[in-house]
Design a binder for this molecule. Sequence first.
Ligand code: S3P
Length: 178
Amino acid sequence: MKNVILIGFMGTGKTSTGKALAQRLGKAFIDLDARIEEEYGETIPQMFASKGEAYFRSCEKAVVRQVSGRANAVISTGGGTVKDPENLAMLRQHGIIVCLSASPEAIYERTCRQGTRPILDAAGTDKTSRLRRIEELMEERAPMYRQADFSVDTSDASPLLAVERIVRILKGRGELHG
Ligand code: S3P
Protein backbone atom coordinates (compact mmCIF):
# COMPACT_ATOMS: atom_id res chain seq x y z
CA MET A 1 0.00 0.00 0.00
CA LYS A 2 0.94 3.60 -0.63
CA ASN A 3 2.14 6.04 1.99
CA VAL A 4 -0.53 8.04 3.76
CA ILE A 5 0.39 11.73 3.86
CA LEU A 6 -1.29 14.05 6.36
CA ILE A 7 -1.47 17.70 5.37
CA GLY A 8 -3.41 20.56 6.96
CA PHE A 9 -3.18 23.67 9.08
CA MET A 10 -1.22 23.90 12.34
CA GLY A 11 -3.16 22.43 15.25
CA THR A 12 -5.34 20.08 13.22
CA GLY A 13 -3.66 17.07 14.87
CA LYS A 14 -1.35 15.87 12.09
CA THR A 15 1.33 14.55 14.44
CA SER A 16 -0.88 12.85 17.04
CA THR A 17 -3.26 11.44 14.43
CA GLY A 18 -0.37 10.36 12.22
CA LYS A 19 1.28 8.46 15.06
CA ALA A 20 -1.97 6.66 15.94
CA LEU A 21 -2.78 5.98 12.27
CA ALA A 22 0.65 4.44 11.68
CA GLN A 23 0.12 2.16 14.65
CA ARG A 24 -3.37 1.21 13.45
CA LEU A 25 -2.14 0.40 9.93
CA GLY A 26 1.18 -1.20 10.98
CA LYS A 27 3.21 1.37 9.09
CA ALA A 28 6.28 3.40 9.95
CA PHE A 29 5.61 6.93 11.20
CA ILE A 30 7.55 9.93 9.95
CA ASP A 31 6.98 13.41 11.34
CA LEU A 32 8.45 15.91 8.92
CA ASP A 33 9.00 18.68 11.49
CA ALA A 34 10.78 16.28 13.88
CA ARG A 35 12.90 14.96 10.99
CA ILE A 36 13.92 18.54 10.04
CA GLU A 37 14.90 19.32 13.64
CA GLU A 38 16.96 16.12 13.86
CA GLU A 39 18.64 16.62 10.51
CA TYR A 40 19.59 20.28 11.04
CA GLY A 41 20.22 20.16 14.81
CA GLU A 42 17.93 23.08 15.72
CA THR A 43 14.32 23.42 16.79
CA ILE A 44 11.95 24.99 14.25
CA PRO A 45 11.49 28.20 16.30
CA GLN A 46 15.32 28.45 16.49
CA MET A 47 15.59 28.00 12.72
CA PHE A 48 13.05 30.76 12.07
CA ALA A 49 14.76 33.07 14.57
CA SER A 50 18.34 32.51 13.48
CA LYS A 51 18.04 32.09 9.71
CA GLY A 52 14.48 33.00 8.71
CA GLU A 53 11.56 31.30 7.00
CA ALA A 54 13.23 30.91 3.58
CA TYR A 55 16.03 28.86 5.18
CA PHE A 56 13.47 26.69 7.01
CA ARG A 57 11.53 26.11 3.78
CA SER A 58 14.67 24.97 1.95
CA CYS A 59 15.45 22.47 4.75
CA GLU A 60 11.82 21.33 4.69
CA LYS A 61 12.00 20.70 0.94
CA ALA A 62 15.22 18.70 1.27
CA VAL A 63 13.58 16.47 3.88
CA VAL A 64 10.42 16.07 1.76
CA ARG A 65 12.67 14.88 -1.08
CA GLN A 66 14.29 12.32 1.27
CA VAL A 67 11.13 10.88 2.75
CA SER A 68 8.81 10.91 -0.25
CA GLY A 69 10.74 8.10 -1.92
CA ARG A 70 10.05 5.60 0.81
CA ALA A 71 7.12 3.21 1.05
CA ASN A 72 4.60 1.99 3.60
CA ALA A 73 4.77 4.99 5.92
CA VAL A 74 2.42 7.53 7.42
CA ILE A 75 4.01 10.94 6.92
CA SER A 76 2.80 13.98 8.87
CA THR A 77 3.80 17.24 7.21
CA GLY A 78 4.06 20.77 8.62
CA GLY A 79 1.21 23.21 8.02
CA GLY A 80 3.15 25.11 5.36
CA THR A 81 4.75 22.17 3.55
CA VAL A 82 2.15 22.31 0.75
CA LYS A 83 2.89 25.99 0.02
CA ASP A 84 5.50 24.62 -2.39
CA PRO A 85 3.66 22.69 -5.14
CA GLU A 86 6.77 20.60 -5.78
CA ASN A 87 6.57 19.27 -2.22
CA LEU A 88 3.00 18.12 -2.77
CA ALA A 89 3.91 16.55 -6.12
CA MET A 90 6.82 14.62 -4.55
CA LEU A 91 4.68 13.36 -1.66
CA ARG A 92 1.85 12.38 -4.00
CA GLN A 93 4.07 10.14 -6.15
CA HIS A 94 3.87 7.31 -3.63
CA GLY A 95 1.13 8.54 -1.36
CA ILE A 96 -2.51 9.25 -0.81
CA ILE A 97 -3.00 12.77 0.53
CA VAL A 98 -5.33 13.29 3.50
CA CYS A 99 -6.10 16.78 4.77
CA LEU A 100 -6.99 17.35 8.43
CA SER A 101 -9.07 20.46 9.09
CA ALA A 102 -10.45 22.21 12.17
CA SER A 103 -12.28 25.41 13.06
CA PRO A 104 -10.21 28.57 13.74
CA GLU A 105 -11.38 28.45 17.37
CA ALA A 106 -10.19 24.84 17.84
CA ILE A 107 -6.90 25.73 16.17
CA TYR A 108 -6.52 28.75 18.44
CA GLU A 109 -7.07 26.60 21.55
CA ARG A 110 -4.55 24.00 20.37
CA THR A 111 -1.85 26.45 19.31
CA CYS A 112 -2.13 29.24 21.88
CA ARG A 113 1.05 28.24 23.69
CA GLN A 114 3.69 30.76 22.66
CA GLY A 115 7.07 29.77 21.28
CA THR A 116 6.17 26.71 19.27
CA ARG A 117 4.55 28.20 16.12
CA PRO A 118 6.68 31.10 14.85
CA ILE A 119 4.21 31.72 12.00
CA LEU A 120 1.45 32.52 14.51
CA ASP A 121 3.60 34.09 17.22
CA ALA A 122 4.24 37.00 14.81
CA ALA A 123 0.61 38.05 15.47
CA GLY A 124 1.31 38.59 19.19
CA THR A 125 -0.38 37.14 22.25
CA ASP A 126 -3.75 38.83 21.98
CA LYS A 127 -6.55 36.32 21.18
CA THR A 128 -8.29 38.54 18.62
CA SER A 129 -5.17 39.20 16.58
CA ARG A 130 -4.04 35.58 16.77
CA LEU A 131 -7.47 34.36 15.61
CA ARG A 132 -7.40 36.90 12.77
CA ARG A 133 -3.97 35.62 11.71
CA ILE A 134 -5.26 32.01 11.78
CA GLU A 135 -8.26 32.95 9.59
CA GLU A 136 -6.12 34.91 7.10
CA LEU A 137 -3.60 32.10 6.75
CA MET A 138 -6.33 29.45 6.48
CA GLU A 139 -7.93 31.39 3.64
CA GLU A 140 -4.59 31.87 1.88
CA ARG A 141 -3.77 28.17 2.15
CA ALA A 142 -7.24 26.74 1.44
CA PRO A 143 -6.55 26.14 -2.29
CA MET A 144 -3.47 24.07 -1.37
CA TYR A 145 -5.28 22.00 1.25
CA ARG A 146 -8.11 21.38 -1.25
CA GLN A 147 -5.69 19.38 -3.38
CA ALA A 148 -5.89 16.48 -0.90
CA ASP A 149 -7.59 13.25 -2.00
CA PHE A 150 -10.01 13.72 0.91
CA SER A 151 -10.40 15.71 4.15
CA VAL A 152 -11.36 14.88 7.72
CA ASP A 153 -12.54 17.49 10.24
CA THR A 154 -10.91 17.08 13.66
CA SER A 155 -12.57 20.03 15.47
CA ASP A 156 -14.62 17.64 17.61
CA ALA A 157 -12.47 14.54 17.24
CA SER A 158 -9.73 12.97 19.32
CA PRO A 159 -6.77 11.55 17.35
CA LEU A 160 -8.25 8.06 17.75
CA LEU A 161 -11.61 9.15 16.34
CA ALA A 162 -9.85 10.95 13.48
CA VAL A 163 -7.97 7.69 12.77
CA GLU A 164 -11.26 5.77 12.59
CA ARG A 165 -12.68 8.34 10.18
CA ILE A 166 -9.60 8.13 7.96
CA VAL A 167 -9.54 4.31 7.99
CA ARG A 168 -13.23 4.15 7.06
CA ILE A 169 -12.65 6.40 4.05
CA LEU A 170 -9.49 4.56 2.99
CA LYS A 171 -11.41 1.28 3.11
CA GLY A 172 -14.29 2.79 1.12
CA ARG A 173 -11.81 3.85 -1.54
CA GLY A 174 -10.30 0.38 -1.69
CA GLU A 175 -6.96 1.62 -0.36
CA LEU A 176 -6.87 -0.90 2.51
CA HIS A 177 -7.33 -4.60 2.59
CA GLY A 178 -9.22 -6.13 5.49
C1 S3P B 1 4.29 25.81 9.85
C2 S3P B 1 3.76 24.77 10.58
C3 S3P B 1 4.56 24.02 11.56
C4 S3P B 1 6.05 24.04 11.21
C5 S3P B 1 6.50 25.45 11.01
C6 S3P B 1 5.72 26.20 9.92
C7 S3P B 1 3.39 26.55 8.91
O1 S3P B 1 4.11 22.67 11.60
O2 S3P B 1 6.32 23.28 10.07
O3 S3P B 1 6.37 26.12 12.25
O4 S3P B 1 3.89 27.32 8.07
O5 S3P B 1 2.15 26.37 9.00
P1 S3P B 1 2.74 22.20 12.32
O6 S3P B 1 1.64 22.31 11.31
O7 S3P B 1 3.01 20.77 12.67
O8 S3P B 1 2.53 23.08 13.50
